[in-house]
Design a protein around this ligand. Structure first.
Ligand SMILES: [Fe+2]
Length: 241
């Protein structure tokens, strides 16, 4: 979005800055992960503004995932960082689940190869996987139809890759809080930094909850703990109709 423009009544640049500001006031962090659908109009200039905005608040390694509203070539042109990050014994690694302008998840063999190569190349003990789409049904049919499918096959292949042990997965896309479990650790979805989707909705439905973010604490023994936060002052309610 151009600066000052709104999407469903929300100034998404302002809500992003409010989220980053509240998070910074709470705590420092080591890494920021942006879980996709980073912009609505994916021009290189808007991606550059996103990058500068994040760096103003957190000058730490950043991992950006492409979502279905993103334009991957323009993310590359804007030099958004999209590579795996090593943090102590952890590897935080992306798996591209997106296709430009196509809502459904799709994981190309090259995308999986890129992930397994990153795992192979790392000395890390533990893997935190980051995708855009959920790997789990969330009870909202209009979102569930686009989730990552054949999850067992996928996660078994990742887990069988020599190197870091898969300990959990984080994702975006669903614009709501999701905490599920799997054979390979927690599956954690984050709220959006702009408007939220209504949980368990049959079709596209907005929620008036505040924009939010998720803290992740990656322990030295491979455990993940997490805390979800929302803006304490909520002035970014979307146009509900
Ligand atoms: Fe998405």
């Amino acid at each position: 979005m151009e600066a000052g423009k709104t999407l469903l009544g929300v100034d998404t640049q302002a809500s992003l800055e409010a989220v980053l500001g509240q998070a910074k006031a709470q705590s420092a962090c080591d890494v920021v992960v942006a879980s996709g659908d980073i912009v609505h109009e994916g021009t290189p200039a808007v991606y550059q503004r996103f990058l500068h905005t994040v760096k103003r608040f957190f000058d730490v390694p950043l991992l950006c995932l492409p979502g279905n509203h993103d334009v991957l070539a323009n993310m590359h042109d804007a030099r958004l960082p999209m590579q795996a990050i090593t943090l102590g014994p952890w590897l935080i690694a992306p798996l591209d689940s997106h296709v430009d302008n196509e809502p459904s998840a799709y994981i190309a063999s090259d995308d999986l190869l890129e992930l397994t190569q990153a795992i192979n190349a790392s000395d890390a003990e533990f893997l935190l996987l980051a995708t855009h789409h959920p790997m789990v049904e969330i009870g909202a049919p209009w979102l569930d139809k686009d989730r990552i499918l054949r999850v067992d096959e996928l996660t078994n292949a990742i887990a069988a890759t020599p190197g870091a042990t898969l300990c959990g997965t984080i994702f975006g896309h669903a614009h709501q809080e999701i905490e599920a479990t799997s054979n390979y650790g927690p599956l954690l979805g984050s709220p959006s930094t702009c408007f939220q989707f209504a949980p368990k909705s049959e079709k596209f439905s907005l929620d008036d909850k505040a924009p939010g973010y998720r803290w992740l604490f990656l322990a030295a023994d491979g455990c993940i703990t997490t805390k979800l936060e929302r803006l304490t002052t909520h002035s970014f309610k979307p146009t509900m109709n």
